[in-house]
Design a binder for this molecule. Structure first.
Ligand SMILES: NC(=O)c1ccc[n+]([C@@H]2O[C@H](COP(=O)([O-])OP(=O)(O)OC[C@H]3O[C@@H](n4cnc5c(N)ncnc54)[C@H](O)[C@@H]3O)[C@@H](O)[C@H]2O)c1
Length: 345
């Protein structure tokens, strides 16, 4: 523990990164940067069960404590938290082990493959009084924050509908499909803006290059108050788009989540909102570390990307898949105690 220049009590949060693939390396790089900037975060170690992945991580990011197994970390008193960047199929097992060991956990999105496991993690985290967060990093996107602050005073009147486009071109996937791969952020962003979860979801999807795995999906979300959201997902589109449009009573708003630009149209007036783009991943890790520090000091600190949010997103993913297989609109099933929405502060 120490004191920052402003006199605020600070603690160093020592984080291990589990999974040193594409995303895990970006996470390691951001933790290294944060650790150079302030003493509030420290890279404890990097774990990957592939020695090849570890070797190439070391070559890219320099010396660190590299390990092929995370078991020894469970009882390490110097470790405060882990950021889990392994494939989604492994999230539950790894997150559960660390939560039971009393470590704080940030799990990449989607938090788990099914909602039963997701809510189980939320319950375990509550019981252990540790911080559980999910990788819904657009909560830290300054474009989304600006758009939310512009829509809240109802400048554009009541929103009618949202359109989200989440597209990219990826090689054919041997496992994994477009809904789990791309839908978590659009579901989360729609919740962040509206404070609501869909009541009903319809989904159609197709795979083209290898039949079984869906590569494009079209999802329609219906909300209790009449709002609709249309989500287009594609792993086949050479134009990478991360876009949101809100059409409301008195105008519309367009957000590009990549460059964090917002354009509002109110009648004939067109406004480019002044926004300084954020490094969303760095802000997510900084926020997680703050939650962990405050938790240690028994201070309440709102968790902007909590594990519960991650679990509610998994409920939406499941409804989309059920709709796809049953070829009908499906009600989204939230456990009764978790029906409340999580709204960004
Ligand atoms: N938040 C975001 O915007 C975002 C973006 C990309 C990926 N992700 C998520 O990050 C996770 C990882 O994605 P990726 O693209 O880096 O995958 P990847 O396949 O490139 O990397 C995964 C790594 O985990 C390792 N691994 C697998 N099982 C392990 C285990 N039991 N213990 C230790 N290491 C293990 C693999 O060897 C591999 O190096 C996924 O859940 C993905 O959805 C999130």
């Amino acid at each position: 523990m120490g004191y920052s220049r402003s006199g605020i009590l600070t603690t160093t949060v020592s984080i291990a990164v589990i999974g040193a693939g594409n995303w895990g390396r970006r996470v390691v790089r951001e933790i290294q940067t944060l650790s150079r900037q302030s003493r509030t975060v420290n890279l404890h170690s990097v774990v990957d069960n592939s020695p090849t992945a570890l070797a190439s991580c070391e070559q890219e990011l320099g010396p660190s404590d590299y390990r092929v197994d995370y078991q020894s970390l469970l009882s390490d008193p110097d470790l405060s938290a882990v950021h889990i960047c392994t494939p989604t199929s492994t999230h539950f097992e790894i997150a559960s082990a660390f939560i039971k060991a009393g470590k704080n956990v940030l799990v990449e999105k989607p938090i788990t493959l099914n909602s039963r496991e997701a809510y189980q993690l939320v319950e375990q985290a509550n019981a252990e009084r540790i911080v559980l967060s999910t990788g819904h990093l657009h909560r830290f996107n300054n474009g989304l924050r600006a758009l939310k602050s512009a829509l809240e005073p109802r400048v554009l009147g009541e929103p009618y509908y949202l359109e989200l486009e989440w597209t990219a071109i990826l090689p054919p996937q041997s496992h994994g499909e477009v809904i789990n791969e791309l839908a978590p952020h659009p579901f989360d962003i729609a919740n962040c803006l509206t404070g609501q979860w869909p009541a009903k979801i319809s989904c159609t999807a197709r795979g083209y290059r290898n039949g079984n795995n869906e590569e494009v999906a079209f999802i329609t979300c219906e909300y209790e108050d009449g709002l609709c959201a249309d989500i287009e997902l594609s792993l086949l589109d050479p134009w990478e788009r991360r876009k949101l449009k809100v059409v409301a009573e008195e105008g519309s708003a367009n957000l590009d989540c990549l460059d964090q630009k917002v354009i509002l149209r109110h009648g004939e007036r067109i406004v480019n909102m002044p926004i300084i783009p954020s490094n969303t991943l760095r802000e997510e890790i900084r926020h997680f570390a703050n939650c962990v520090s405050r938790n240690r000091l028994s201070q309440i600190f709102y968790n902007d990307n909590s594990g519960l949010l991650g679990a509610q997103v998994v409920s939406c993913l499941e409804a989309a898949r059920e709709s796809l297989f049953e070829e009908r609109p499906v009600k989204v099933n939230f456990p009764s105690q978790y029906r409340e929405s999580v709204v960004m502060q």
